[in-house]
Design a protein around this ligand. Structure first.
Ligand SMILES: N[C@@H](CCC(=O)N[C@@H](CS)C(=O)NCC(=O)O)C(=O)O
Length: 135
């Protein structure tokens, strides 16, 4: 799988989920001009132009953070309980995630990331935190 990401954006949640589940993946960074680090027009990958996007091994591209997070959890059989209130609480906790920059009223893909949200940052297990280059 390939996670298209930008530093400090909502793709960080998917990156953490990939690390936590130990599924194989690689990262491709997308810049503000919607160009991938390997020189492609990101709009050919996600015509909505938004991150995150997850490219599956067969080339299918999933978009929308919640869908991607549930896909990763389903694929790994981890992170999201199958039944019970814990399942709905996990989705409840996931839904409001958004880039810190939009919380401040500015558009996404800006810098700052989890440094502006020390409590959220602290909630990420340190072993995972140390491996995330985009937070
Ligand atoms: N509904 C989308 C929203 C994604 C979104 O807003 N992504 C931001 C980064 S966190 C983005 O790509 N912004 C770039 C832009 O607005 O051009 C989702 O949940 O995945």
């Amino acid at each position: 799988m390939i996670l298209y990401y930008a530093p400090g954006g909502c793709s960080l949640a998917d990156h953490i989920a990939l690390i936590e589940t130990a599924l194989p993946y690689r990262l491709i960074r997308v810049d503000r001009g919607k160009r991938t680090e390997d020189g492609r027009d990101f709009l050919t990958i996600n015509p909505k132009g938004l991150l995150p996007a997850l490219e599956l091994d067969d080339g299918t591209v999933l978009t929308e953070n919640l869908a991607i997070l549930v896909y990763i959890a389903h694929r790994a059989g981890a992170l999201l309980p199958e039944n019970g209130l814990d399942r709905w609480r996990a989705l409840e906790a996931t839904s409001p995630q958004r880039p810190p920059s939009t919380e401040a009223g500015r558009p996404g893909l800006s810098r700052g990331g989890s440094r502006k949200r020390p409590r959220a940052h602290a909630a990420v297990p340190s072993a995972t935190r140390d491996r995330v280059p985009c937070g």
